[in-house]
Write a protein that binds this ligand. Structure first.
Ligand code: COA
Ligand code: ZN
Length: 304
């Protein structure tokens, strides 16, 4: 196997994870969990999203989350990223102190409509405006539903290329390919990455995988062999888009860290510190998790 020596892991639990929880999570509890995750050593974290509170009430404390984190951690080397679906969200994020956003557009027309109530073209128009207005705002472009759409099924590679090309034309800083509903299989991951790497030679694509059908870590292995060195994951395996029927959690951060570290790939993430969040999540947010490591008897040292 040809594997990288190290990878970057972007923790998205406080955004993708919390957005999928219906019951209100108090802001202080969110901040307590984020603080513990910061201690685990992440260099970048999606901490919230600036979306309509009507669409996702759980994210209505976005401004407070960002302001409190910025105050408390101003000297730390961590990027607080927030997801935004439109210009309004980008403006609110910027005013709160955010300097890096995740801007999401779905490759499939129907999911983009369901998720952000816009055509893809309208979404790109707003992205271009964001780039023009906020010149010092870093943009991670989340290309959603790359591997399948809950409404349309198969997504064509030409459509993905069209999305990426639009992102290039606008001048986004990073590209993240998302398996929004967790349907990708390893062969598909390889085909898509090979095709995109051949077409867009200068782009280092990152991956955002969901584990809905149990193929998440298998997909990571394939992606590692196809040049991917940045992965997004959520503590506990929380996660899921409320506007994608059947979507379930992200790959669990602790399972990802454990697997790659065992393969000799460095992450700089402290696994014990990630796992210290699990009892809090089980008790206060979601009693049953999809994470594997959350249920391993850790007095057994084999495999860690
Ligand atoms: N944050 C907060 N409020 C917002 C907003 C944002 N990013 N964008 C729009 N609004 C407000 C508007 O001010 C308006 O308020 P009003 O009713 O008090 O006048 C209202 O929402 C409707 O505005 P409109 O532009 O018509 O939005 P919409 O109702 O068509 O919804 C989105 C569009 C994008 C705001 C909404 O679909 C959304 O937030 N989607 C996010 C989905 C998501 O987070 N998915 C998971 C992550 S991938
Ligand atoms: Zn997701």
């Amino acid at each position: 196997m040809i594997l990288p020596k190290s990878i970057n892991i972007v923790e998205v639990g406080p955004r993708d994870g919390f957005q999928s929880i219906k019951k209100w999570i108090p802001t202080d509890l969110k901040l307590q969990i984020i603080d513990k995750l910061i201690e685990a050593g992440f260099k970048k974290m999606e901490v919230t999203s600036f979306v309509s509170p009507k669409a996702i009430p759980q994210m209505k404390d976005a401004k407070e989350i960002v302001q409190k984190l910025s105050e408390k951690h101003q000297n730390k080397e961590i990027v607080f990223n927030a997801l935004v679906p439109n210009l309004y969200g980008a403006k609110a994020a910027y005013e709160s102190g955010i300097r890096e956003i995740t801007y999401v557009i779905s490759t499939s027309v129907s999911h983009n409509k369901a998720n952000v109530r816009r055509t893809r073209e309208e979404s790109f128009e707003e992205l271009a405006k964001i780039k023009e207005i906020f010149s010092d705002l870093k943009i991670k472009f989340a290309v959603a539903t790359v591997f399948g759409c809950p409404y349309e099924g198969e997504v064509k590679i030409e459509e993905v290329k069209w999305m990426v090309q639009n992102g290039i034309n606008i001048g986004v800083d990073e590209f993240c390919l998302a398996d929004t509903i967790g349907v990708a299989n390893p062969l598909q991951i390889e085909k898509v990455l090979k095709e995109l790497n051949a077409t867009f030679k200068d782009i280092a694509f990152s991956l955002h995988l969901h584990d809905t059908r149990g193929m998440g870590l298998a997909n990571v292995i394939t992606a590692l062999q196809n040049g991917v060195t940045t992965f997004e994951s959520a503590v506990g395996g929380l996660g899921g888009c409320p506007f994608a029927p059947g979507a379930a959690g992200n790959i669990a951060t602790e399972d990802l860290v454990n697997m790659v570290e065992n393969m000799g790939i460095k992450t700089d993430i402290n696994l014990d510190k990630v796992l210290s969040v699990i009892p809090i999540i089980k008790e206060k947010i979601k009693p049953v998790l999809t994470s594997h490591l959350a249920y391993v008897d850790r007095t057994c040292k084999v495999g860690e």
